[in-house]
Structure formats: C-alpha cells, structure tokens
Write a protein that binds this ligand. Structure first.
Ligand code: PA5
Length: 441
C-alpha cells in the first residue's frame, strides 16, 4: 500500500510554522463522514468506480489493440487521466509498441496535422472522449477526423470508439444514430474524477495494462480512506492538513513533486483535479507540478528561501523496477569517484530525502507519499486517494468540489464568436471588448 507521512506538517518537526495535534480537533469530521456516506453530491459516484465490471472495456480494448495507431480526442479530465496512465505505466510506449498512442487535447492545428501525417487512418482507431458531448475542442477535432475517414471511404463504425454519458449529449445521439462503438462514463462521475472509468481504462487495456489491477488498488485504499476516524484516515489527514496549513499558516500553494519521470503527467493530472475542484468563491489552493530531481535545479531555491506559502507533497518511490550501478571510473578524481559503487536508484532516493530534510530544517512543511512501486495497482491507489482527498478538501472549504462555474464565461464568449445559436449577446460583448483602446507597446 502507499503510505503517507504527515510528520513534516507538525510543529515538533518544523517548528512554529507547523500544526499541533489539537488543530485537527477543529475539523468537523462528522459532517464530512455524513457528506460522503449520504453522497451529498451525486458526483460522489466516483467513490464506487472501483466496483465496476470492466468486461466491456476489456473487449473494446482488445479491439483497439489490433490497430497500428490509437488517437485519443479529449481535453481536461478526458485527456489528463489517460495520459498519466500511459506515461506512468508504459513510458516510451510509442518507441517500442503498437498501437502508437496520440493524445490530442489542445486544439493546436499543427499538432493535429503532425498526428495525421504520422497516423494513417486506415490503421487507426480514434477514441473520442467527452462526458458532456459538447466540449468545443473535442467536438471540433471529432468532426475533422470523421470527415477525413469519410473522404477515405473508411467507416466510423470501424474506426471510432466514443466514450460519453450513458444517455445524454450530442455524442450519445451520434452513437445511437450511426451505430458507433461506445463506452459510458457513469452519469454521476465528473471529468476530473473519471480516470478510473472507461475514460482512462480503455487506453489502459489497449496498451496492455490490466484495468482490474488499477481498480483493485483503488478498492484497497478506498477502505482505508473511509475510516471515520480522522487521524486514521490518510485522505482526511491529507485534506485537513493542507486545509489547516492554509487557514492557520497561509500556505496557499500545493507543490506536487514525484521523484520519477513516469509520474510527471500524474502531477499534471493532480493539478487539474486540485485547481478545478477547489478554486472557487475566493477559496482554494494553488497546485504546482514539479519533478524530482529535475526541479531541484529549478524550483527548490524558491521553496527553501522564497515566500513561506507552500506545502510540498513528495512522492517517493521505493522500487523503480530498474537500477544501474555507477561504475568505478575516474577513481583519481575525488569530485567524481565518491559516486562509484552507488546506484542511480540510491542517488534519486537520497536526493528526495535530502530535499525533504533541507525543507524541514528550514521550517518549510511537506508531506511524503511513499509509493512502493509504479505499477497498475499502486497507480490505482494514487488516483483514488487524491480524488477522495480533493473532494474532502472541497467539503472542508464548504464549496462544491465537482462543478467549474468559472470556466463557463469563456466558453460562452467562444460560442458567441463561433456562431452558436443563443449566444448572440456574447458575440456583441466580445466584439465591443475588442474595440477598447489596447494598452499595448
Ligand atoms: O473536470 C471536468 O469536468 C472538466 O475538466 C472536463 O473534464 C473537461 O472540461 C472536458 O469535459 P468533457 O469530458 O465533457 O468534454
């Protein structure tokens, strides 16, 4: 199991910047327990994803695995989750294996051109993921690829798999009207909480990852995270620790720092989850993605001596699954020879601990999540742990951790300018804004 060490949040470790045990008494944990058990929000359905039957995902995954290329169209939760599964569990996949995977989220036209230059649609399966069925970026790229399939007399029924709401939305209608292969995202599961649904698991299966193993990991951590005793529940401790750190000590920034290249995309997945769930009504915590040891040479200086506004969440890995000894060369040079006989695994682990100790000595708080191994089982645990922790943090702030009202205005203005019916006033507003005298040099 993953294990979370909270000691570097506490006063006896980091001094006056730390919390004391009594601080946690202010948390109304009974209310949190009730919100979870009574499913205060329908979107808490993500808590049940680990119980799902994956047979349909496996069957369609097998079908997708038979292609040369797998293009995933989706954005936000519909892209970050699948990407972090692939990068964590199948690094360098495209150099070694089929299907080659291309995740197209941003609507940068050059990216799509490059993908289509490489991936011959004849040998390609396209997984369109949109829970709502209305996200402009995803729909636009879906329309383009659908047309290109048509131009090449290729059938969408053979080359497309749609992952969307079981009943509602444009994509579900298209699935029904045109008989496309499809998978459902349970109605109560929102985008950024959907990685352990068909959203992430289809790609997993297509590239040979056992989705049941991920769900098993999620199930095992789930039981721990449902413990009603705050001090025995890692998700409650994580949520309350970071919440109290902000309320009492003004730590507004959550740095997530895995010591593994494979978890870089995972830290980006976390940032979306944390930012979009918590940033509302003037509240929230700002996430910052980082990777050790790389960002020790980029960010660590700021965390050590800059504004005292951060908590660093380390992800330390026990077994990297590979190691390499540093050979006994250049033995006459002291500046190099001290490394000989050690391994890269040893070096990266020592560096993680060294950063943790250095921050602690400087009174800067951190949390360390110990990950035994980066495999499907433990990745499932990490996803589920962070999702529960995020939902609980939102509940502590008294905000709805499942909506994203702040992104609607930009969407509406875009709809107006792109000519969507009913958004004419937004178009006028957009144009009048453009008429302002810009202060640009
Ligand atoms: O977390 C969310 O709900 C969002 O980030 C969505 O994942 C994102 O906006 C994409 O939405 P959809 O899957 O409906 O296309």
């Amino acid at each position: 199991m993953i294990k979370i060490d909270f000691s570097n949040l506490m006063q006896n470790s980091i001094g006056k910047n730390g919390l004391v045990s009594d601080d946690f008494d202010s948390i109304d944990i009974k209310k949190i327990n009730e919100s979870l058990t009574q499913r205060k929000y329908p979107e808490l359905e993500f808590l049940d994803l680990h119980k799902a039957d994956t047979s349909q995902i496996k069957e369609i995954g097998k079908y997708a695995a038979g292609f040369e290329n797998f293009i995933l169209l989706g954005i936000g939760g519909s892209a970050l989750g699948p990407r972090s599964i692939m990068d964590s569990l199948r690094p360098f996949h495209n150099f070694k294996n089929k299907p080659r995977v291309f995740i197209y989220d941003n609507v940068d036209p050059m990216t799509l051109k490059n993908i289509l230059d490489i991936a011959d649609l004849k040998n390609t399966v396209v997984n369109v993921i949109t829970k709502s069925g209305s996200t402009a970026e995803t729909i636009a790229s879906f329309m383009i690829i659908r047309q290109k399939l048509k131009e090449q007399s290729l059938k969408a029924e053979d080359h497309m798999i749609v992952t969307t709401d079981p009943e509602k939305g444009n994509l579900r209608k298209i699935v029904n009207d045109y008989g496309l292969r499809s998978l459902s995202v349970p109605q109560g599961v929102g985008g950024r909480y959907s990685v352990l649904s068909a959203v992430g698991l289809l790609l997993a299966e297509a590239i040979g990852i056992d989705s049941d193993e991920m769900l098993k990991g999620a199930k095992d951590i789930h039981d721990k995270c449902m413990n009603q005793d705050l001090r025995r529940n890692p998700a409650y401790m994580f949520a309350s620790g970071l919440y109290l750190m902000q309320q009492l000590k003004n730590k507004n920034i959550t740095v997530i720092m895995p010591y593994a290249d494979r978890l870089k995309s995972f830290s980006e997945w976390f940032c979306q989850l944390w930012a979009e769930s918590l940033g509302k009504e003037g509240r929230g915590l700002t996430p910052y993605p980082s990777v050790g040891t790389t960002d020790q040479h980029s960010q660590l200086q700021l965390w050590m001596e800059g504004p005292e506004d951060k908590v660093v969440v380390f992800l330390s890995v026990e077994d990297y699954g590979a190691d390499m000894e540093i050979p006994a060369v250049f033995q006459d040079m002291e500046g190099l020879s001290y490394l000989s006989g050690h391994t890269l695994g040893e070096l990266i682990k020592i560096e993680q601990e060294a950063s943790e100790i250095a921050l602690t000595k400087n009174g800067r708080p951190s949390i360390t999540i110990k990950v035994p191994k980066i495999d499907a089982y433990h990745l499932g645990q990490l996803f589920h742990f962070f999702e529960i922790s995020t939902a609980v943090t939102g509940l502590l702030y008294g905000i709805n951790p499942f909506n994203q009202p702040g992104v609607e205005e930009g969407k509406n203005l875009t709809y107006g300018m792109m000519g969507k019916k009913g958004y004419e006033d937004r178009k006028r507003e957009f144009e009048s804004y453009r008429q302002r005298n810009p202060l640009s040099l």
